[in-house]
Design a protein around this ligand. Structure first.
Ligand SMILES: *Cc1c(COP(=O)(O)O)cnc(C)c1O
Length: 396
């Protein structure tokens, strides 16, 4: 039985390989950090993790995770509503609500689940979902699971969003959905303008803060802080897997009745396990750290500014990032792969992206800055960029 299907898969895999799109993993044998050790003992500087605040190996988070296992155990062996809720899960939901200035929060095993479980319980075929064309795969999948009428607007294009809103007046309720920070260009969704249009055309607003929370805004509290939109965004989704410690876990936070309804009807919440106590405890410690001082966010911001300034001075073409994502434009797909491979030989890990992940002719190297980076790490990466850039004729 398997033979013919095996042949089919082998052919498919070979064509992925031929297209240069085959994904390979790097086996790390150290904690996730600015400097990592690989399985073969070699070291590298990591500029492709979502470890924005450098918390992935933070001793306070590790200790919180270890300590809680003595009092709350290892796993919950249950979904939330049956017997999977501890005091610390409720405390974490409260901490997230406080952080985003929202009314209530519901935890998920991942933000992928938060997005997968947010639309179907709230909207029907009578309603409209208006989605940015560059939204994350999990939003796209979540929208697919819902019967609402779909509209798509060009990335952060307010005229196109307005067109969608006008067309969507045909539906009962409307919701605008956007990523807070778009992961390929590092640009921030213009939340103030989105909220203005939502008011004008009677729509709800949802933002996925996965790449923006902990990063954008004067103290890193996300897009509502950055654009002064507190109280105007109905739903935020986010992850505990990026700035907030980097382990795993997701959440939806926002209006009380929306969260109440998700607790009744959201399928990934009803039919998938609770996050384990160690994650809840470490995440609580994360929000405590962020509440105590803005040091990590300040350092991240200083690192982003430093890196961008030096790279522009060296002659690189950098997208005008507003986040911790810095796109070094190369435009040519094979060049982006060659560049990523050569700079890896210099001990710098970055990711080369090209079509179909980004538009044709828009190939690039994506650099992700972190509060874990010290200036020496940044200087080493910049020197490697300059060396490889000259070798490959990208800069003079
Ligand atoms: C990373 C990411 C997710 C998925 O988060 P997980 O918690 O890892 O599932 C969802 N949305 C956006 C915009 C992301 O960047």
């Amino acid at each position: 039985m398997y033979g013919k299907y095996q042949q089919f898969l082998q052919n498919e895999l070979a064509s992925i390989e031929q297209a240069g799109l085959f994904k390979r993993e790097r086996n790390i044998a150290s904690p996730q950090s600015a400097e990592i050790t690989l399985e073969d003992g070699s070291k590298a500087l990591n500029f492709c993790a979502n470890n924005y605040l450098g918390l992935a190996d933070n001793p306070r988070l590790i200790k919180a995770a270890q300590d809680v296992m003595a009092t709350r155990g290892y796993g919950m062996s249950s979904v939330r509503f049956i017997c999977g809720t501890q005091d610390i899960h409720k405390q974490l939901e409260k901490a997230i609500s406080d952080y985003f200035h929202t009314e209530d929060t519901i935890l998920y095993a991942a933000c992928f689940d938060a997005n997968g479980g947010v639309f179907e319980p709230l909207f029907t075929a009578e309603d409209a979902i208006i989605s940015d064309s560059l939204n994350h795969a999990s939003i796209i999948d979540g929208v697919r699971l819902c019967k609402a009428v779909r509209y798509r607007y060009a990335n952060a294009d307010m005229a196109d969003l307005e067109r969608c809103l006008q067309e969507a007046q045909a539906q009962r309720y409307r919701i605008i959905v956007t990523d807070g920070v778009f992961s390929m260009d590092g640009n921030v969704a213009p939340m103030d303008k989105i909220c203005d249009l939502a008011e004008k055309y009677d729509a709800l607003v949802m933002v996925d803060e996965s790449h923006s929370a902990g990063v954008v805004g004067a103290t890193g509290h996300g897009v509502a802080e950055q654009y002064g939109c507190y109280g105007r965004i109905d739903i935020h989704t986010g992850t505990l897997g990026k700035a907030f410690g980097g382990a795993v876990g997701g959440f939806t936070t926002g209006r009380k009745e929306i969260i109440d309804m998700l607790r009744q009807r959201s399928r990934p919440y009803l039919f998938s396990n609770s996050i384990p106590p160690m994650i809840a405890a470490a995440a609580l410690e994360t929000f405590k750290i962020l509440d105590e001082s803005n040091e990590l966010h300040d350092k991240l911001q200083a690192n982003v500014d430093y890196f961008r300034e030096k790279m522009v001075a060296a002659g690189f073409d950098i997208k005008p990032t507003q986040s911790a994502i810095c796109a070094v434009m190369l435009y040519d797909a094979p060049l982006s792969q060659k560049f990523a491979a050569k700079i890896a030989e210099e001990g710098i890990f970055v990711t080369g992206f090209y079509y179909p992940v980004v538009p044709k002719g828009q190939a690039r190297i994506r650099v992700q800055l972190s509060a874990a980076h010290e200036q020496a790490h940044l200087d080493k990466a910049i020197a490697a960029f300059i060396k490889v850039g000259k070798e490959l004729g990208v800069i003079k």
